[in-house]
Design a binder for this molecule. Sequence first.
Ligand SMILES: [Zn+2]
Length: 659
Amino acid sequence: MRPRVNSPIRYELLATAPSGARAAILHTRRGQTLLPTFMPVATHAHVRGLTMDEVAASGATICLSNTYHLLLRPGPEVFKRFGDVHRYMQWSGGVLTDSGGFQIFSLPGARDITEKGARFRSPYDNHAHMLSPETSIEMQQAIGSDIMMVLDVCLPSTSGEAETREAMERTHRWALRSLAQRNSKDTGQAVFAIVQGGVFPELRTLSAQTLTASPFDGFAIGGLAVGESRELLYSMTQHTAPLLPADKPRYLMGVGTPIDLVEAVNAGVDMFDCIIPPKMAQQGYAYTFEGQLRLTRVEYRMGDEPLDATCGCPVCKRYTRSYLRHLAQGNHHLSARLLSIHNLWHYQQLMTRMRNAILENRWAAEYAVLRELLGPKKGMFRATGAKDGVFELVTTRGGHRVVRHTGHGEIMHPVGPWEEANRLYVDQLEVERRLRTASDEPLRILDVGLGAGTNAIAALTRAKEMGASRMRPLEIVSLEHDLAPLRLALSDPEGFPFLQPWKHAVQALLDHGSWEDPNFTWRLLEGDAVKLVDELDGEFDVVFFDPFSPESNPTMWTVDFLRQIRSHLPREGGVLATYSAATPTRVSLLLAGFFVGHGVSTGLKGETTIASTGAKSLEQALGERWLARWQRSSARGPHGDELTTELENAIRSHPQFAL
Ligand SMILES: [Zn+2]
């Protein structure tokens, strides 16, 4: 009888979301790994370009090394002499080793595969090697990893069913031989089996049933991420993960991009490995919570922001996008190194974010947000078919109906119109408190960029809901040059339900340019806002500043235009909010004479901007820190203009920074 080996690892399940997403702790002899986890790939006992200390600083607690490569170089004798791979590469976390199967089957070169194993020649010295289930485990024992993988037969994803079944059955036989080899000597190492079966659900089911009948310490889903489509990767993962035991770790091999991880975690996978973070770094790509950045793009030349304002990595703490673009464009070694560090941190932060959401019982909402943020931009939304001029109605993946400009592609209120209108404009600018101040004079809102009417309707709705606590009338003046978005929104009660109680008001605005009742007045000035601003009469208390972005709509973000807006506000207490937190936006506002502060965050934007005609109205004015960053940055000018010495002095001597 073979000696019985107790599992050297323990899987402690902490929470399971309704989708099957799991948060857990994996206890190994190297300590705890919080699941779900991402394992950086240290193929040749290092992560390309980084020390293992830098890898550890990103938050990684387990990494992957490659048996095939370490077998050839430096070779098992070296590990026998120097001890395990951890000590060799100076890494105190866990190590998982793959079996070498994937390399044998996918790398070019002669090989001879029989039931016994794979015979191949080293590409380095033409030496003959035999990789069998037994020798693979022996090699992994010499390397001293904490989790070993069984040798499996890997096929391209295009293989037919008969071929896939044959490879799967051999994989099952090899898995049992690997387990027996591990059990013949208790080295304290765990061993995972690998579910195969290609893209055939019934084979995946059979493979999972067969392998889970044996006491493996964990189970991997293999043979994916080898060229099949995203849809197949996701559907095979969703099919296979629930077939695996609830009390053991599940590992999806070789996956993937950030959105792949989100989808697989949703399906109940715990562990991942992928070369993408450093590999994409080498090609000049950075991953952020606002999607992927290609740093060689010219738009980053003057970028004074970090890669990701929400990232805690040492690169984001110190370097601008402009500098990183400079390095990436020149293909300097430092570029790949710095972007690798950031990308590894990003992956770990993504895993932490997902884990916390599962633990805090809010996975479904987090999943929706992450899909919106990290999913492919193509397919971010679905057209409903409704069009008017250059505008169309689309549904975002988050389920919101929004208006999209078919020319430059920008979406109005990408976070979801109603939420953004209330949070960014109505709440932040304290419309309700202002309406509670008793007066015969109306509260006057200037609505720059009426769009689908969402911001104005949000203010009207709030005022109406206040009932008797509203102590003054409300007047809104909206500026807009194209009424197609409003018409589209009005024609879609299901997508824009909040417009419906106000449809007579909206119709009156469309037909006559104004609507009135005893408590509310709503006027439309139709045309170019830059010209219309001259025609405004009287003072406004509040400005909803919501035009399309400076890139698509440059004339509405200039210092001149903002100065004209400001001239229609009272000297103290007039406030403006906008979704843009870009440095040129804030510089333009400062030069237009506003006091400028950090605005609330919305779902997608880490921060927005609030401005006021007096310093007192700002809770979080931009201060020394912002000024220091601005002084270091390379994009210091206002929108549409260079920063002259005169303008620079105007910023430095702005009363906001003298307070
Ligand atoms: Zn970073």
